[in-house]
Design a binder for this molecule. Structure first.
Ligand code: AHR
Length: 495
């Protein structure tokens, strides 16, 4: 069957918030330590303790915002342990993640430096679960107050004269689970209380994010919006793509069947239903869509790689992960009126990572390349699309073979991203461009593979990497495209 897609280049549906391409880095396994922070006394090339190979690779992605320090870790993190002379910082146990020693060498100053190097906004998640209102309030004072105060003076003593700019602040994490096992009514009240003392100092304006629902807990969204909606700028949502069962076996990142491929795709596409239903509830309390839905944890979650610490959540990353990432972006784009930020879990060495490291070696995963290819959509205008797409069936599962998104950037260039979900067959697509005039210049890039578990290794780091895409014919305003199986393609259209 021929799939047809009409792109209305003159019908704008909204702006794709660049923060949808955000990241998340937790004190978990080898994400922060080894993956990002190596300290100043090692043979690995670094700038002020941050490894240069990873930094350079991440700088390419134009990361807009980085969430830290957790995750579950955030609700046990006491920020005062992580400032001052590094050797004197408290050594604590990371109870959530592997019971390993956390030496607190990567703290507020180091995180802010990382954000400065990446040119991104910091997004800090505060501790509600085991921290006090005073502790949270003082952290914000420490970071953002420009004047004479105990916390600002302390910051200066620790070498930072100017306050930092901090916009995004989360009031706890997964408060229904590792963040305190609270009921929504109780958390709504706590949220109101903690956020009261999250002050705006000087010019700094906080965008306050309340801990949101677990997957399809619509009651949580309802209660939070009703009782605390007026006090928040964003409400978070967490949803992971897990092909198997969270407790009984999630499935392997590398050894999976074609059936598991389709199950994974179906589960990834479920994000659309979740956003739609949570948004509908939010619409009742916030019809102007002032409050953003902040999907600050998403991505694949598989069993850890055999032989690795089960508490470190280290998994390989294949073309399946890349396709899933692209599907998520298409869904986030469509909901750009409500989704103001999303943060993939996690940046390095944990879950659906962009980068894997081993000693002084590093590799870019297939997911990295999707972030790189899709960065052209950041802050671009979403274009209206009509489509007629084949449905593929596998047992009970029925999913579209192809998904698509199109945007126009500030200079008028259109980018169309296309995903062929089908693991076996290529997809023929006829693309009609409406509202575009003159001679078109067209070029493309594709990320694909010949086996469903294709991935990059430290010996073959380029196994899955982008290539020029030529399988298209352009005639007037119509493009005939042949998408390879399991592929992600980006077309650049200049008129
Ligand atoms: O990303 C791993 C963990 O998943 C986070 O710490 C937690 O918030 C979620 O359950």
């Amino acid at each position: 069957m021929k799939n047809t897609i009409v792109i209305n280049t003159d019908i704008e549906k909204g702006k794709i918030n660049r923060n949808i391409y955000g990241h998340f880095a937790e004190h978990l396994g080898r994400c922060i330590y080894e993956g990002i922070w190596v300290g100043e006394d090692v043979n690995i090339s670094h700038t002020k303790g941050i490894r240069n190979d990873v930094l350079n690779a991440l700088q390419q992605l134009n990361i807009p915002v980085l969430r830290w320090p957790g995750g579950c870790f955030a609700d046990e993190y006491h920020w005062k342990d992580g400032i001052g002379t590094r050797e004197e910082r408290k050594r604590i146990v990371n109870t959530h993640w592997g019971g390993v020693v956390e030496n607190n060498h990567f703290g507020t100053h180091e995180f802010m430096l990382l954000c400065e190097f990446l040119g991104c906004e910091p997004y800090i998640c505060g501790n509600v679960g085991s921290g006090t209102v005073q502790e949270m309030s003082e952290w914000i004072e420490y970071m953002t107050f420009d004047g004479e105060s105990p916390m600002a003076n302390w910051r200066k003593e620790n070498g930072r004269t100017e306050p930092w700019h901090l916009k995004y602040f989360g009031v706890g994490n997964e408060n229904w689970g590792c963040g305190g096992h609270m009921r929504p009514e109780y958390y709504a009240d706590l949220y109101r209380r903690y956020q009261t003392y999250a002050r705006n100092y000087g010019e700094n304006r906080l965008y306050k994010i309340a801990g949101g629902p677990n997957v399809d807990d619509y009651n949580w969204t309802e209660i939070l919006m009703k009782q605390a909606g007026a006090f928040m700028d964003g409400l978070s949502l967490h949803y992971y793509t897990i092909p198997g069962d969270f407790w009984k076996g999630k499935g392997s990142a590398l050894n999976f069947t074609e059936d598991e491929w389709f199950i994974s795709m179906n589960k990834a596409l479920y994000m659309d239903e979740l956003i739609t239903k949570h948004s509908t509830i939010m619409d009742q309390y916030d019809p102007e869509k002032r409050v953003g839905l902040i999907i600050d944890e998403w991505g694949t979650w598989f069993d850890v790689e055999p032989g690795t610490n089960p508490g470190f959540l280290y998994q390989q990353n294949t073309i399946r992960d890349a396709v899933i990432a692209a599907l998520h972006f298409h869904i986030f784009h469509e909901h750009c009126d409500r989704v103001q930020m999303a943060n993939i879990a996690q940046t390095v060495n944990v879950l659906q990572a962009m980068i894997l490291t081993e000693g002084d070696k590093m590799l870019k995963t297939p997911t990295y390349h999707v972030f790189d290819l899709f960065k052209v959509h950041q802050d671009a205008t979403l274009l209206a699309i009509e489509s007629d797409i084949e449905i593929i069936k596998r047992g009970e599962i029925e999913i579209p073979k192809v998904t698509v998104s199109a945007s126009k950037d500030a200079s008028g260039i259109c980018h169309v991203s296309l995903v062929n979900i089908d693991v076996e067959n290529s997809a023929n697509v006829e693309l009609f461009l409406q509202g575009i005039e003159g001679n078109l210049e067209l070029s493309g890039t594709v990320l694909t593979a010949t086996v469903q578990n294709a991935h990059n290794t430290f010996d073959q780091p380029e196994n899955v990497s982008p290539a020029e895409f030529r399988q298209f014919q352009l005639e007037n305003d119509t493009i005939d495209v042949q998408l390879p199986p399991m592929s992600i393609t980006i077309l650049k259209i200049n008129s």
